[in-house]
Structure formats: C-alpha cells, structure tokens
Design a protein around this ligand. Structure first.
Ligand code: A2H
Length: 253
C-alpha cells in the first residue's frame, strides 16, 4: 500500500439497462464508477468487477449523474466537491450487494468492446477506491487471472447467474507494447508463472512487480490519440481527455 494520497481517476461506466434492484433508478443516468491509477489503459477494458458480498449504494453527483460505489468512497467524494451538495453524499438507493449487480451491461469509455458486463472479483478490498474495479486483463495480472478463471469454470459463472455471452467473447486487447514483454504483458506473466486464479496472491504479487513499473516507464501506447508515445507521457493527456468528455472525475484518497 502506498504512503500519502493516491491520485485515482473515477471512470463512469454507464449502466445500459436498469434492471433488478437498479430498476428503482429508472430515468436517471446511472454509472458504475471504478477508481483506477491507470486511466490510459481504458482501451483494454473487457468487463467491470465488483465484490459479490460487498455493500454498495447509488449516490447523486453534482453533474446530475448517479454513481454506484461503496458508502465509504461516497463520503470521500462528498468532501471533494463531487456530490450534489458539498460534504453530503445523498444516497438514492442503498442495500445494493455486489451480487445484485452481476451481469449488468455497461458502456465503458474508450473500450474497444461496445458493451461490457459486471463480473465477480473475490479479492476486491471494500476499503480501497470505490470497491468497483475496471478490468484490463492485458496489463493487470489480477484482472487477467480473474477473467481466465471465469472463462475456464462454467460452474463459477453459473453461481453468479452469468450467461456465457457476458464472459466468453471477451479477449485480451493489446494496448501497450513493453520491450521484452510484448503487447499483453499480464497474460504473458500469468502464463509464465502458471497463475490460474485471483487467489494466488504470492505469484500475482511477483507478476505485478515485474510488469507495472516496466509498463508505466518503458511501455508504448498502441491505441488512441497518443499511440506511439511512452505510457508515462500519455497518461495525463488521456486522463484529461476522459475528464473533458465527462467520462471521468479526479478522486483522491
Ligand atoms: B488499476 P492501489 Cl491496467 N480492490 O486499474 C482491489 N483492487 C483495486 C481496488 C479495490 N477496491 N480499487 C482499485 N483497484 C485496482 C487498471 C490497472 C490498475 C492496470 C494496471 C495497474 C493497476 C485496471 N484494473 O494498478 O492499491 C485498480 O487497478 C496498479 C496498482 O490503490 C487500481 O488501478 O495502489 C489499483 O488497483 C489501485 O491500487
């Protein structure tokens, strides 16, 4: 865990169909809002993850949109002038479990896929970010391992009521070229270390140590307006573009 404040980016993944519990929010613009440290990787999103047993709520933001996030992160947003009233996180709907969100279709900004789905990730910490994680299996070993496990185990998908079309068509998208690691570094490291589940913490730690720094400082963008630029130079520009379009917000914790 880092020292000092982390500068995250909240990405607004629009819920395309307000069904199940979220039907109560009909008429509103509703988004799942993962917090990421790597906004330049959003081209590679294949799905969004929530914790099945996690507690979430739907909170009203200043721009009129409604974000589904943890209560803890909504309080943080209220003190960063993101919620409708300063200092107050108005909850329009609470008692949402991660399980209530499984399989919801989303539109993810910058993603190559038109529609992505909400899937389970059992290692999410509700004490970090928003408790919602966007999945970039090309560059994040945790995301690759979790998606692979869902693809490999039909019973695991069925347990969460997921249909095959929400999981199976989503292939890793090459978005960053890292010298010596190719264009899907997380997949490479998971294969090299034989990682098959998000619970293989020690091996995942090793995989992440190897690719994160290299990806950020030596990686070259393959997608978007910054294609050909170093990742470390592209990050701020792509983040600004997402925010200018209203697809993202800054978030500190
Ligand atoms: B990052 P830090 Cl491609 N529980 O986004 C578990 N993991 C969480 C989380 C939570 N509550 N909230 C956010 N995260 C993940 C993209 C990404 C990320 C890439 C590469 C590296 C990377 C796609 N997932 O993070 O512990 C999110 O994954 C490298 C650290 O607060 C978020 O950024 O330092 C990152 O962990 C935040 O981790």
């Amino acid at each position: 865990e880092g020292v000092g404040p982390q500068e995250y980016t909240l990405i607004k993944l629009r819920v395309l169909e307000l069904k199940g519990k979220l039907a109560a929010l009909e008429g509103r613009d509703v988004f799942l809002a993962p917090a990421t440290l790597r906004p330049e990787t959003m081209y590679g999103q294949t799905n969004c993850f929530v914790l099945p047993e996690g507690d979430y709520g739907a909170y009203e933001m200043k721009d009129g949109s409604v974000l589904v996030v943890s209560a803890r992160s909504a309080r943080g947003m209220a003190h960063q002038d993101l919620t409708k009233d300063w200092g107050v996180a108005v909850c329009l709907l609470d008692g949402i479990k991660g399980n209530d969100l499984m399989g919801l279709p989303l539109r993810a900004p910058n993603a190559t896929y038109d529609t992505v789905y909400v899937l389970p990730l059992l290692t999410i910490s509700m004490g970090k970010g928003t408790g919602v994680v966007t999945s970039v299996p090309s560059d994040a070993p945790d995301d690759y391992a979790a998606l692979l496990e869902l693809k490999d185990k039909p019973a695991f998908r069925a347990k969460f009521g997921l249909e095959d079309h929400m999981v199976m068509p989503f292939e890793v998208v090459p978005i960053i070229e890292i010298p010596g690691y190719g264009s899907t570094s997380a997949k490479l490291m998971c294969e090299k270390l034989k990682i098959k589940s998000c619970k293989e913490a020690d091996k995942l730690k090793k995989a992440k140590e190897e690719v994160y720094l290299k990806g950020f400082y030596e990686g070259v963008m393959l997608m978007g307006p910054c294609a050909g630029e170093k990742v470390c130079d592209a990050k701020a520009k792509i983040r600004k573009e997402l925010m200018d379009r209203g697809d993202a917000m800054p978030f500190f914790e």
